[in-house]
Design a protein around this ligand. Structure first.
Ligand SMILES: [Zn+2]
Length: 83
């Protein structure tokens, strides 16, 4: 009975899952791991941690831009001159 992923037909039952040689397991394989190299596949940029972006921060930034502080100051000065 064969379970798990398929091996080469010429590999022996107790052979290494990595290189197919007998005498060691894949974890101790001298050939090194042949796992998928995700860094090579997706590029180093895929593994850079990015700062989380929250919608509330975006809304706050948007709101801050909508407030025209020059206009506010002008209005405040006008108010101060009138009174
Ligand atoms: Zn091996």
């Amino acid at each position: 009975m064969q379970r798990g992923y398929k091996r080469d037909n010429n590999s022996r039952p107790n052979a290494c899952n990595n290189c197919g040689q007998v005498g060691h397991y894949a974890a101790q394989c001298p050939q090194g791991s042949q796992d998928v190299d995700f860094h090579r596949l997706y590029g180093q940029h895929a593994f850079v941690m990015r700062q989380a972006v929250f919608q509330s921060d975006l809304d706050a930034a948007k709101q801050a831009k909508e407030i025209n502080f020059y206009q506010l100051e002008k209005k405040a000065k006008e108010y101060a001159e009138v009174s």
